[in-house]
Design a protein around this ligand. Sequence first.
Ligand code: TNX
Length: 506
Amino acid sequence: MTTAPVMPAPVHFSAGTGHFALTNTTVIHASGSAQPVAEYLAELLSPATGFVLAIDSTGSVDAQSEPVTDSPALGAIALTVGNTALPSPGYLLSVTSTRIELRADDAEHLFAGVQSLRQLLPHAIESSSVQDVDWFVPCVEITDYPRFSYRGAMLDVARHFFDVATVKRHLDRMSLLKLNVLHLHLTDDQGWRIHIDSWPNLTALGATTAVGGGNGGFYSKADYTEIVEFAASRYITVVPEIDVPGHTNAALSAYPELNCDDVAPAPYTGIEVGFSSLCIDKDVTYQFLDDVFREVSELTPGPYLHLGGDESLATSDEDYLEFIRRATAIAASHGKALIGWHEMGRSRDLPAGTVGQYWSYVAPRDDADKRVASFIEQGGQMIMSPADAIYLDMKYASDEELGLEWADGPTTLHDAYTWDPAAITIGVTDEHILGIEAPLWTETIDNVRDLEYMVFPRIIAAAEIAWSPRSAHDWADFTRRLADWSPRLDAAEITYNRVNEVSWPK
Ligand code: TNX
């Protein structure tokens, strides 16, 4: 059993004796693709330590399969990209009293290793101002690689809008936990949040409100690009979702021609679902999709485009299947791999490899197993987001103010931690699972404090499900480690729910 002070738990951890002392003369050695990670590390360590660490990039460039040949001076941190010989891409971290060596298969996993190193430093490292602390790193050996390559968080910016600064802050929180995908739910009945040049009223009219009637908002293309680039600097991929054919009242209210009767509905500020649908029979619908998918694909360097497809209760079966056939073909023509909520598995005409996102329960209902089988038969994998386990918008407890309760009542931290994606009885095992995603729907969330309160600490459980091997999962151990780790959340000024399942330090 691991007792690593690292979240999510590493595959192998062994504690040595003594420590490495980080000082303002510590040099970071890194070259090639390790260099941007070294720059990130130096920047990360700077606010709390006050150090401006030097980066030496004169060593050998990325090692291939040979061992590290350069020997950085004593008191150094060496970051190297090269073969680790692990079962899947990961990193090796060795801390001795004289040097720290971090080696990873690629820059992404080097960055993940830096997050472990960060967590070995005193909690005060998370502070935004200089702290008078001995910056000791305990001597350890860590061997680590993720169980799943897709480790996501979803943010619904449609029900309530969150500005670029909030999204960046969220991305930084995610990187601490080795999460590497941000799924942005950009469009819904209550708002359209991404500017589309060829259909400007989507934002001019469709972005001006939110649940409860707030002001709304949207990302300009420059805003969206700023998010994508910031995410990339944290090795996080952005997955944009344009939810169709349902969840489209904002688009329908902005463009009357997208409605079968050419009448634009009023903007919607409630929280019902399943009442809107694009008009399936009109050619303009597909012209619209082609333009939107093209513009969003052009802005998005990541491989995925999410088409939603959930809760299309106002679309007949026949229309839904026709729509999905046409819409997925158009989306795929713009070069992206597609993702759809599991209902999209009703279609047998999906582009090969379309990924399904499972949002039914840990004990599946409503033919969800059949939908999943359909994706797999069509060559796709699954992203697992069981609503009663990792929907971060569910209440923590019935007497909480924030959150919804439809997924069988509250979702405790215990619920979020004690499930296994490969044990849901829908015939999927690790090989069919691309990864895990924890969604935050925002019907009841409209500010960054509430957002973090819903997300933490349950997202730490989600991250451990996504990264750590099943054998490392242990509820009692997790809650103990979380209690020890909580001063880090405090130092980082992260709001979190001090759930009574954890003996938080006073
Ligand atoms: C269901 S699950 C939805 C969202 C809501 C959410 C609230 C899914 C794919 N759709 O439209 O926001 O419940 O928990």
